[in-house]
Ligand binder design. Structure first.
Ligand code: PAF
Length: 280
């Protein structure tokens, strides 16, 4: 597996490739990322992963500085997963000049849910992903459903900018107690780690109620948020949405998704469950 640090080396290594499958990451990889590489291998070759903690998508006071940088361990995992090339640039390589020209995702998508609590986050994500797409020029790119809103932002980026890239979504991998795998789980203390699985359980409770015929999505979401708060979480949101648009569910929504974001101490966790619309 090649490990390249510069855009020039990356372009040279990928010159002439037309079937590249790409997995962008911020590193500190876990089994969920490895499953995305497995998925990428089924969709193209060579398989390229990037490791870049993108400063543009972190707000002031967020965890950019403490985000774990574990390049050697990450490369071992990627090599074992059959990745062909790792692109691990530093910030000066991606942002050689101040990035004053940024991608602004549609407001309805970018300023809602996580975007409402992390202003500018999805602009930072879309901007770096567009840059990475331009450098790697993949035919297929794989993103995890764990970051459901991000997945929709990227799909819209590709659609509205006519990028010739298929976006493939990888399922969320979970720990034995249901907690979604995330690089940020490493921040959790021992008792927080036990409590963390409650987020997924509350989302599942909402999803089951909807599937059983409940229609008052807001009441269900509010009840889940209340239970989380009573257990000590600081809740950003719990919401039921159309899985294709992230707007309020409509009668013709084919799939729904229940999403949540909440804090345990200084750790912000997100999760979601998507399911077929139960009352068509
Ligand atoms: O999901 C992530 O790890 C990041 O948001 C991404 C897509 C690599 C962009 O920095």
């Amino acid at each position: 597996m090649q490990i390249l640090r510069t855009a020039a080396a990356l372009r040279a290594a990928l010159a002439g490739e037309t079937r590249t499958a790409f997995v962008p990451t911020m590193g500190n990889l876990h089994a969920g990322h490895v499953s995305l590489v497995d998925l990428a291998r089924r969709h193209g070759q060579p398989v390229v992963a990037s490791i870049f903690v993108n400063p543009l998508q972190f707000g002031a006071g967020e965890d950019f500085d403490r985000y774990p940088r574990t390049l050697d361990a990450d490369c071992e995992k990627l090599a074992a997963a059959g990745c062909d090339l790792v692109f691990a640039p530093d910030a000066a390589e991606i942002y050689p000049v101040p990035q004053t020209f940024t991608v602004q995702p549609p407001e309805a998508l970018a300023n809602d849910l996580c975007g409402a609590f992390r202003p500018g986050h999805f602009s930072g994500v879309a901007t770096v992903v567009l840059k990475l797409f331009n450098l790697v020029q993949p035919r297929v790119a794989v993103f995890g459903k764990k970051d459901f809103q991000q997945l929709l932002v990227i799909r819209e980026l590709v659609r509205q900018f006519n990028l010739p890239i298929d976006i493939v979504a990888g399922d969320t991998l979970r720990e034995a107690d249901g907690l979604a795998m995330s690089s940020r789980n490493a921040y959790l203390g021992a008792s927080e780690r036990i409590q963390a699985a409650q987020l997924q359980r509350e989302l599942a409770t909402v999803a089951l109620a909807v599937q059983a015929g409940e229609r008052d999505f807001e009441a269900l979401a509010a009840a889940a948020a209340r239970r989380l708060k009573m257990a000590g979480w600081r809740v950003d949101y719990v919401a039921v949405r159309d899985a294709a648009t992230l707007q309020a569910p409509a009668a013709d929504s084919a799939r729904l998704v229940v999403l949540g974001a909440a804090w345990l101490g200084s750790t912000r966790l997100i999760d979601n469950l998507d399911f077929a619309h139960p009352f068509e």
